[in-house]
Ligand binder design. Sequence first.
Ligand code: FAD
Ligand code: EPU
Length: 283
Amino acid sequence: RTGVRVERLPLARFTTLGVGGEAEVWFAANHAQLAEAIEAPYRVLGGGSNLVIADAGVPERVVRLTGELAGRDLEPDPALSTDTEIVTGWVGGGVPLPGLIRTLQKLGLSGLEGTVGIPAQVGGAVWMNAGTRYGEMFDGLHTVEIVTPQGTRQVTPDDLEWGYRQSGIARGEVVSRVRLRLTRSTPEAVLEKMTHADEARKGQPKMKTPGCAFKNPGGVSAGKLMDEAGLKSTRVGAAMIAPEHANFIVNLGGASAADVHALLDLARERVGVPMELEYELWP
Ligand code: FAD
Ligand code: EPU
């Protein structure tokens, strides 16, 4: 009806871990296509940088935002911008976050630079309020547009119960696009702030991984706890707890989702302190 492109594809290629079997992928390039894509059970796929997908794939439709929903208008809205602050036009949920962060730095716009190095899409990063010690997505949001099978609504951060690695947006609600609220600064000053956040990443592994496995319990580094439990370099099949940082599981090549699950179970058992999973396991 809407001309939405649908293809059966291996999901591994859409994830940073490089694991995951096939599913029907619906490439939604505008609001009408997105509405059609979510008429039947679905999951939303962003940058695939927080996912461990089963080797058998998933039975639901997998929706990916492209086209208009991956476009961006960073022009300051004159009605909402001042000498110190700007509000942008719409930035699609499918926009890759790293490129956006680089562009904002060049424009001297400050607010999101603390998220440098997070290989997400804007929608996925907003959905879980991705961040670092230097800042998070909700530092730079003005409006979030949320699409569900029941309809579309636009909310502000004040309307949501967001916090550490959570936005208050329900699973399955699609972050279709956002408007950013940013402070006018200079490219040099923004770059300086980015450098600190970048430094903090030096000790993270460079191999295929979906980022940190567990959220930090009570502000304590889960990686430190796992390290102290002697888990670094532990292997199951082709998955390994990174020798560089114990909260990262890496794919040595040909890992299965079951290998990763086994390492997660082992880590929970050895650490003893309850740790909430940060990854999402599909299904
Ligand atoms: P996906 O992995 O594709 O999906 C994750 C969840 O978001 C799923 O529930 C999915 O349905 C949902 N989702 C995706 N897109 C949308 C959308 N448009 N609307 C609604 N829901 C959506 N995270 C941090 O917070 N801080 C870090 O410092 C950090 N460093 C990382 C470093 C590396 C090397 C890697 C691989 C990952 C890192 N991560 C980090 C984890 C990951 O980048 C974040 O969790 C990110 O928010 C995931 O976004 P994504 O677009 O890749 O989502
Ligand atoms: N540490 C160890 N051993 C380890 C890992 C860490 O001793 O194996 C120690 C470090 O030496 C340091 C402390 O623990 O003293 C904190 O480590 P780090 O700076 O790496 O921070 P983290 O709390 O482990 C968090 C985020 C990362 C984010 C970094 C940098 C979580 C779960 N993790 O890690 O986010 O990139 O800070 O800001 O909040 C992610 O969420 O996926 C992620 C990668």
